[in-house]
Each structure stands twice: as structure tokens, then as C-alpha cells.
Design a protein around this ligand. Structure first.
Ligand code: ADP
Length: 475
């Protein structure tokens, strides 16, 4: 099962609350009462030390006080008990209590060793003493009283632990209030965080769903965090490119269908006339020629579409070293027949310029450009194919003295099926895909394509390939 961010937030919150509650409720009370006890111990010890210095600085025997001294001591200890909420005992060396500051339930005459045999073993005692007249849990300071370097007795100051524990609980109460406040604030912060992080994600997924259903008009909401900006831009770009791709696909299919339909209709028309015996024998060659020309146009069109779709696939094709001068010379040779038929001269000049690329594609670039330069030329015109190597570039330039292309249409001639003069293109067997193939093949080689043209004067197309310097990473 996949976790949701919301459940993670809730789990973190509850875990934090539980941990904090346990810490404050149990460990907090324990730590506070421990520190109160330590403080109390130190205070009682100091008091015992001060009392002993003042009253018992040279005690020989606890039992050896005269009546007067004993009653003064009792009075003093009783008033100390009232002031400090502690009980005072004077104990002799055997553990017998000779003076008890408490008047009621006095333990005078009893022995601490009977209440707990380990009581006098250390300087503090914490716990239970076996007497119903003493608190259940107590803290005692056992201060030895010495005279002539012998321990003659003890001053015991005893206080109940119950009160200390109650004070500790009181103190943790304030902590608990802080704890509740802290968790309210934390809850608020987590809710804010939730709104800042999860809510926009939900908005984004809703917008993406809209886009995926083709509703590209849906506006992307302005999201609160900067981190979402790049995500929104990426989604926006993706949406626009899929919108364009969809529109482009539609256009392309419509164009292809139209381009295929026209020659097919012409073939069907001629074939029907022949089939129904409506063609005179002397006209027969004309109709048969028409069928052959239209069929050739169909084949050329289908071949161009296949070429383009292969380029669109972007499949990696093996590359070799290709000399543009050889390509130019061979292309000129191939087109010589066409050129002569149109009374157009074709010349090649320049020097060797080597490119690392796909030779078939480079031949296609040269052939399409030169074929256009002949096709859209005037009788008696010229085509000049130049090859040069300059500033890290291998340049192929095809210049003609033909009809030229109007300025506003120059950027459109590389679009699929775009023709400046439809009938002229069709008459000369054009498919409207030649320059589109050139554009894609040039992009495949990272070559720059520039077109300059002046109507009535001619056109010049330059392809600037990266010059091959011997390393395959030359591009
Ligand atoms: P086509 O098969 O029609 O020649 P292209 O894609 O090769 O298709 O060219 C697109 C259009 O650009 C052509 O129909 C033509 O109108 C124009 N064109 C291309 N090259 C030239 C040129 N050298 N001189 C004038 N017009 C040209």
C-alpha cells in the first residue's frame, strides 16, 4: 500500500505528541522532583551544619545536657520545625532519640536503628521508616556531631517527600500547558504546510487531467511556492507542445490525404475513359503518359513521406566522412539532363570540405536544393554550386538565377507541403516536401540553413555544416 503525504503528516504529528506527552508526564515529573530533592538535601545539610556549629560545636554526650539546656534546645528545635516544615531530632551515638522537635507523637526514647537498621550508615536517608508517626516517604539529613574527634551523636533533620512530589507535579502543570500550546501551534503549522504543499499538487494534477483530455484552454493557477514555478512552466510547455503536435498531426494527415487524392483521381479518370472506350486511338499515348506521370508523382510523394518520417523518428544512423565537393559534383552530374532540358547551366566550384555525417542525407540535401534551383529557374538561367571550408564550417551554397521567393514566404517554404506557386511545383513533379527534408536533414547534422532570395533575380541557399577535424566529436 502506498503512503499518502497527508497520512505521513498525521503520523508525524501524533508521534511527536505521544513522545512529548511521555517525556513531560513521566520523565519531566521525575527529573523535577529529583532536582527538588537535591536542592532540598543541600539546603538541609547547610542548615544542619550551621546548627551544629552554633549549638553543638563541642558535644561530649547527647545525654549529658542539663535540663535547662535540653529544654532550650527543644524549644529552639520546635520553633525551627514550625518555620521550615522539617522535623529535628537529636540522636545519641547508639541511635537513641533524645530530643524530638515534635511535641505530638514524639519519638523520644525510640532508637532509629529499630526503625531502620541502616538509617545512621550514611549522611542522607531517603525512603520509608518503620513508624506510623513518621511520613511514609521521607528525606533525612544525618549530621554527625563530634567532640574530641569522636562521633558523640547526630542531628537529624527529616522532611516529608510527599510535599516535594506535590511541588514537582505543580511545576509540570505549567509544562503541560506549554505542551498543549506547542501542539496547537504545531497543528497550525502543519495545516499551513499541508495547504502550501499538497493543495497545489492537487491543483496541478487537475490541470494535467484537463490537458490530457484536450482542454488546453484551462489556465494554470498561480501556485504559492517558488519551487512550483519550474514545474508549472514544464507542464505548460508540455501542454503547448502536445497541443501543437496534435494540430500539426491533423494538418499533416489532411495534407497527405489531399496530395495522394489528386494524382489518384487523375489516374482513375484516365483509366475510366480508356475502359469505356472513350479515348481515340491517337490520344491513347497522352492518357497513358498521364497515368505514368501521376503514378511517378505518387511514388515520389510516398518516398518523401517515408524519408521525413524516418528523420522524425530521430534514429541514430551510422556516420562517415563525406566530402561536400564530391557530393556537389555528383549531384550536378545527376541533374545535367534536367538542366539541359530547361536550358539551365550548372556549375560546381570550390574546394574540398569534409563533413562527418550520413552521406545519404547529405546527398538528399544537395539534390533537393539543386533540383529546386533548376526547377524554379528561367530558360537560359544558371545554377552555381559552391563548396568551401571556413572558420570551422563546411559550406554548401546553391545559387540560382531563377524566379525567386517573395520575402513574406521565405520563412514558410521549409514547412511541409508549402508551395509558393502550386501549379508550377506540381507541373515539375514537386511534392512540397523537398525543403522540409532539407531542413530536417540539416538539423540532424547540426548544420545551419540560410535562405536569401529576391523575386525575379534568384535564390541562394547555404548549408553550414560543422567542419570535420578528424575526431568523431567534431560536431
Ligand atoms: P516542391 O516539391 O514544391 O519543390 P519544396 O519543399 O522543395 O517543394 O519547395 C517548397 C516551395 O518553395 C516550392 O514549391 C517553391 O514554390 C519554393 N522554392 C523552393 N526552392 C526554390 C527556388 N530555388 N526558387 C524559387 N522558389 C523555390
Amino acid at each position: 500500500m502506498k503512503l499518502s503525504i497527508r497520512s505521513i503528516y498525521i503520523a508525524i504529528y501524533l508521534l511527536l505528541a505521544a513522545v512529548m506527552f511521555v517525556l513531560i508526564h513521566f520523565l519531566g515529573v521525575h527529573l523535577i522532583s529529583d532536582s527538588l530533592i537535591t536542592e532540598r538535601k543541600a539546603a538541609l545539610y547547610e542548615e544542619a551544619s550551621a546548627l551544629s556549629k552554633r549549638y553543638f560545636f563541642n558535644v561530649r554526650s547527647i545525654n549529658a545536657f542539663d535540663d535547662q539546656t535540653e529544654s532550650t534546645l527543644r524549644e529552639r528545635m520546635s520553633s525551627l520545625q514550625t518555620m521550615s516544615h522539617a522535623r529535628y531530632f537529636l540522636v545519641d551515638g547508639t541511635g537513641r532519640i533524645s530530643v524530638d522537635s515534635a511535641e505530638q507523637n514524639s519519638l523520644e526514647g525510640q532508637n532509629f536503628n529499630d526503625l531502620n537498621p541502616t538509617f545512621l550508615d550514611s549522611d542522607t536517608y531517603m525512603g520509608h521508616l518503620n513508624s506510623s508517626y513518621l511520613p511514609k516517604e521521607s528525606l533525612s539529613i544525618i549530621y554527625p556531631l563530634s567532640g574530641d574527634h569522636d562521633i558523640n551523636g547526630y542531628l537529624v533533620i527529616m522532611t516529608s517527600l510527599k510535599e516535594l512530589r506535590i511541588s514537582a507535579r505543580h511545576l509540570t502543570k505549567s509544562f503541560r500547558i506549554c505542551f498543549v500550546l506547542f501542539f496547537l501551534i504545531l497543528l497550525f503549522i502543519l495545516l499551513e504546510l499541508y495547504c502550501l504543499t499538497l493543495h497545489p499538487l492537487r491543483q496541478l494534477s487537475l490541470t494535467i487531467r484537463e490537458y490530457s483530455q484536450g482542454h488546453f484552454k484551462t489556465k494554470m493557477k498561480n501556485l504559492p511556492l517558488r519551487e512550483y514555478d519550474s514545474l508549472t512552466t514544464a507542464i505548460h510547455n508540455l501542454a503547448s507542445s502536445s497541443k501543437n503536435a496534435g494540430a500539426y498531426q491533423k494538418d499533416f494527415v489532411a495534407n497527405v490525404s489531399h496530395e495522394l487524392k489528386t494524382p489518384l483521381q487523375s489516374i482513375m479518370g484516365s483509366a475510366e475513359l480508356i475502359e469505356n472506350g472513350l479515348v481515340k486511338p491517337e490520344d491513347m499515348p497522352h492518357f497513358i503518359k498521364n497515368i505514368r506521370t501521376e503514378s511517378a508523382r505518387l511514388v515520389a510523394l510516398i518516398e518523401d513521406i517515408i524519408r521525413l518520417s524516418r528523420l522524425d523518428e530521430g534514429v541514430e544512423i551510422p556516420k562517415t566522412e563525406v566530402d561536400l565537393l564530391n557530393v556537389a559534383t555528383e549531384t550536378a552530374e545527376l541533374l545535367r539532363g534536367n538542366a539541359e532540358a530547361k536550358n539551365v547551366s550548372v556549375k560546381v566550384h570550390g574546394k574540398s570540405a569534409v563533413v562527418f555525417g550520413v552521406d545519404r542525407l547529405i546527398y538528399e540535401i544537395a539534390y533537393n536544393l539543386c533540383e529546386n534551383a533548376v526547377k524554379y529557374n528561367i530558360p537560359g538561367g544558371a545554377v552555381d554550386i559552391g563548396v568551401d571550408a571556413r572558420k570551422g564550417k563546411a559550406l554548401l551554397t546553391v545559387r540560382d538565377t531563377g524566379i525567386g521567393i517573395p520575402k513574406e514566404q521565405q520563412s514558410r517554404v521549409f514547412e511541409r507541403f508549402y508551395r509558393v506557386d502550386k501549379s508550377r511545383s506540381k507541373d515539375s513533379g514537386g511534392t512540397g516536401l523537398g525543403l522540409s527534408i532539407v531542413k530536417h536533414a540539416a538539423a540532424y547534422h547540426n548544420a545551419e540553413l540560410t535562405l536569401e532570395s529576391v523575386p525575379g533575380k534568384g535564390t541562394c541557399v547555404t548549408v553550414a555544416f560543422p567542419l570535420y577535424d578528424g575526431s568523431e566529436n567534431a560536431e
